[in-house]
Ligand binder design. Structure first.
Ligand SMILES: Nc1ncnc2c1ncn2[C@@H]1O[C@H](COP(=O)(O)OP(=O)(O)OP(=O)(O)O)[C@@H](O)[C@H]1O
Ligand SMILES: [Mg+2]
Length: 244
């Protein structure tokens, strides 16, 4: 009678409540998100998977506080993000989220160390502390010896590791990876996926966006979207079974 489900009781890190993103295209409306409800707790490793045009980027932009929904509420780490102004969103992004993108998004003219320091610069940290933390983060991904190099002097896999170091440097509550292996060969993809797994085992919350089922199945929980709605949400074992 008095049993409580601890998972349900805890405040989720991500709480998307009836999220809609509607684009008006002339006389027709495109419902890129069409009523999405999703809770993600601290420490989870969740993949959001769907075909091209299913609404992955739309929901990732909302989860990542890059965009706000047309309708619905988004609570991130206890804060209502859905009604924030751009400058408030930027601050939430900087404090709460580490981004990993398919194209690494490193600054070409800056060296590796400066690239990794960047989120800390926005956060207003002193130079000496920025250096120290950025080097520690580069060491964590095993690439500190390249700190002086420019991004184009590194392989794709190494550049992605730098972008992982940059995502981690501010100690974010959430790591949001958008097709992180999209530009990598299979061996390097494996390295990046293994690394995401390690980060998750260390307690980091990871949301991975992909169109590729075999990549999605690296996560512990899979959320499948189609036409802006969730059509599957459950443990990876159940997802694999649903596909056979
Ligand atoms: N700015 C926009 N204006 C109008 N329609 C849009 C806009 N952005 C996205 N859409 C539409 O919303 C739907 C979902 O797009 P979204 O970019 O989220 O898909 P996706 O799953 O990320 O696809 P992909 O795998 O190709 O990146 C698509 O039909 C798309 O055409
Ligand atoms: Mg997309």
């Amino acid at each position: 009678m008095n049993e409580v489900n601890l998972e349900e009781e805890k405040e989720p890190l991500i709480n998307l409540i009836n999220i809609y993103k509607i684009y008006q295209m002339g006389n027709t409306e495109v419902r890129a998100s069409n009523g999405i409800n999703l809770k993600i707790h601290k420490g989870e490793f969740v993949a959001i998977v769907g075909k091209s045009g299913s609404g992955k980027s739309t929901i990732m932009n909302i989860i990542g506080a890059l965009d706000v929904p047309t309708q619905g509420q988004y609570i991130l780490d206890g804060q209502d993000v859905s009604t924030m102004r751009d400058d408030e969103l930027a601050e939430v992004r900087n404090k709460t989220i580490g981004f990993i993108f398919q194209q690494y998004n490193l600054l070409a003219k800056q060296n590796i160390l400066d690239n990794v320091e960047l989120p800390l610069l926005y956060a207003g940290l002193r130079k000496s502390e920025r250096r120290e933390r950025a080097i520690a983060s580069l060491e964590r991904v095993g690439i500190a010896d390249k700190w002086k190099n420019k991004p184009n002097q590194l392989s794709g896999g190494q550049q992605q590791r730098v972008s992982v170091a940059r995502a981690l440097v501010g100690n974010p509550s959430l790591i949001l990876a958008d097709e992180p292996t999209g530009a990598l060969d299979s061996k390097t993809s494996r390295e990046v996926l293994d690394f995401l797994n390690v980060l998750n085992l260390e307690g980091n919350t990871i949301v991975l966006i992909t169109h590729d089922n075999s990549i999605a199945e690296e996560a512990n929980r899979v959320v499948r979207i189609q036409d802006g709605v969730i059509v599957f949400d459950g443990p990876v074992e159940d997802y694999k079974r649903s596909r056979t």
